[in-house]
Design a protein around this ligand. Structure first.
Ligand SMILES: [Zn+2]
Ligand SMILES: [Zn+2]
Length: 300
């Protein structure tokens, strides 16, 4: 039987690569710098787009738009209780107006519904930091994906990665994307604590800057905390991936399946699709432990 692969491949899609961070805080909530200063920092670091996502506040104006970085209006909404009693943090992207909720009375799904009603996109922030489990995330509907890497959560308390949450959801047929973000609050290094900024981002393939959000919705991006993914092709059931020099390339799949290649230096790898994997996603890790992640290829 023919193997069907469902994957919007950014590497074979026409357009340019745009680097961006979609989770950022300013002095409008608990960030260290003003919106203007934050925009200028990201711009000077070579970013193409940014979403400022202050807590329960939409930081976005025509004046800020003029600062020279492509801005996606955003907000981080805290509310809805997890099984262990912690709050969900939910990222709303591309919203037209501020979303206001009563955090004691609103469930996570009601927050999602409210964002969707405003034509916004929904990403569940830092599941590991929030203490969310599969049972919290699986029942939710109409979200684009979850944060799989969050720089602030890593450098503050060491709970930055949520890939196991992602794998468990993918294994149970949730076709969602994975996002690396800064969740930047701190913009300078202190002892034992590097700044959040510039540590987790997405690379989006789009025809032009105005279409970045459309590409994010389609999954035309990969995430990184360091390495580059240079190409990914699928031909005759063979997935080929090319990366910057790393020390491992892993084809992460359904439990007990997949493959990892480890070497002192490796920059390409292949995997033959068998047909029973359900999904395959690629992760590469460099010698400093920095990673890059593709979105999942769904195998049917
Ligand atoms: Zn948060
Ligand atoms: Zn945040």
């Amino acid at each position: 039987m023919a193997i069907k692969v469902k994957f919007n491949n950014p590497f074979s899609t026409k357009g340019n690569w745009y680097k961006g961070n979609i989770h950022t805080h300013t002095t409008d909530s608990d960030g260290e710098l003003s919106p203007k200063e934050v925009i200028s920092l990201y711009k000077n670091k070579g970013y193409d787009f940014l979403s400022i996502t202050d807590h329960n506040k939409l930081t976005y104006s025509a004046k800020l738009k003029k600062e020279g970085l492509c801005l996606i209006p955003g907000e981080e909404i805290n509310g809805g209780k997890s099984i262990i009693g912690t709050l969900f943090h939910i990222i709303a992207l591309n919203i037209k107006k501020e979303i206001i909720i009563d955090k004691e009375k609103t469930t996570a799904q009601q927050i999602i519904n409210k964002i969707r009603k405003e034509k916004g996109e929904v990403i569940i922030a830092h599941p590991y930091w929030s203490g969310l489990t599969f049972s919290d995330l699986y029942p939710l509907r109409n979200y684009l994906g979850i944060e799989i890497f969050n720089s602030d959560c890593l450098y503050s308390i060491g709970r930055g990665e949520s890939s196991v949450h992602w794998d468990n959801l993918l294994a149970k047929d949730k076709q969602i994307f994975g996002f690396a973000v800064d969740d930047a609050h701190r913009y300078s290094d202190i002892k034992y604590r590097p700044m959040d900024m510039g540590k987790g981002w997405i690379m989006v393939k789009a025809l032009n800057k105005n279409l970045i959000m459309d590409s994010i919705k389609k999954g035309l991006f990969y995430s990184s905390s360091g390495p580059l993914i240079k190409n990914l092709s699928i031909e005759k059931k063979i997935i080929k991936v090319e990366t910057s020099p790393v020390s491992s390339i892993t084809f992460v799949s359904f439990p007990t399946k997949g493959k990892r290649l480890t070497a002192s230096l490796i920059n390409q790898a292949e995997y033959k699709i068998k047909g029973d994997e359900k999904y395959i996603r690629i992760r590469c890790t460099d010698k400093f432990g920095k990673k890059a992640w593709t979105n999942p290829l769904f195998i049917g």
